[in-house]
Design a protein around this ligand. Structure first.
Ligand SMILES: [Zn+2]
Length: 106
């Protein structure tokens, strides 16, 4: 069976996804934004060396300190959603696989 979301909603800055295998998943919007899969964000993440993060704690920038929310989601090609965030970013295509993978990452 192909896993796909049957229901999407926003609750307390979390995206709530109900899957067609009846699993309900809650993904913090910030986690979604942080892992935006678009080329720009991927480049930004890999281009930023983080030698001082010996404990892997991310540094919070001014922009990230603002609470982020989702303004809209559009289905893409029957396999993904594009998410429009409140910071104006809307380039990321979140495949069902990617969304599902968030269950292990808070
Ligand atoms: Zn992005």
């Amino acid at each position: 069976m192909e896993l796909m979301p049957t229901e999407l909603s926003i609750k307390d800055r979390k995206l709530v996804i109900v899957w067609n295998d009846s699993k309900t998943q809650e993904v913090p919007v910030k986690a979604l934004r942080d892992r935006c899969p678009c080329a720009t964000c991927r480049e930004k993440r890999s281009a930023t060396p983080q030698p001082n993060q010996s404990m892997g704690l991310p540094v919070i920038s001014m922009n990230e300190a603002q609470p982020i929310s989702i303004l809209g989601m559009e289905p893409v090609g029957g396999y993904a959603y594009s998410i429009r965030f409140s910071d104006g970013h809307a380039n990321g295509i979140y495949t069902f696989d990617l969304l599902r993978s968030f269950e292990n990452h808070d």
